[in-house]
Design a protein. Structure first.
Length: 107
């Protein structure tokens, strides 16, 4: 497995940088990976390192930026809408857990 530091993106802006309505090659690769990641044997994090040469944290940060990028929405609307829904669901779950059972609003 080749995970040398040279393969990692040095600046976050280079990962999801869009020019006009065109995604960078790295951004396109991230979207393509996200569309097919479940086909990989083994853990997703291992496949991220192997296929994209990124640390998982860098991958997820870039993916999060792509979810808010109009160019990504134009490139793959179905995937972006699905991932936005998943993100919103996770945010709601985290918010409800942080409130806890004894911490309802209005009390």
């Amino acid at each position: 497995m080749d995970t040398h530091q040279d393969n990692y993106a040095s600046q976050p802006t280079t990962i999801a940088q869009a020019e006009g309505n065109e995604l960078s090659p790295r951004s396109k690769a991230i979207l393509a990976f996200e569309r097919r990641w479940w086909r990989h044997a083994g853990a997703k994090e291992e496949a991220i390192r192997r296929d994209l040469g990124l640390r998982p944290a860098d991958y997820y940060q870039a993916l999060s930026r792509l979810l808010d990028d109009p160019a990504a929405l134009a490139a793959d609307p179905g995937l972006i809408v699905q991932l936005r829904r998943l993100r919103a669901t996770r945010h709601r779950r985290r918010a409800s857990r942080s409130l806890g059972p004894n911490n309802s609003s209005g009390d």
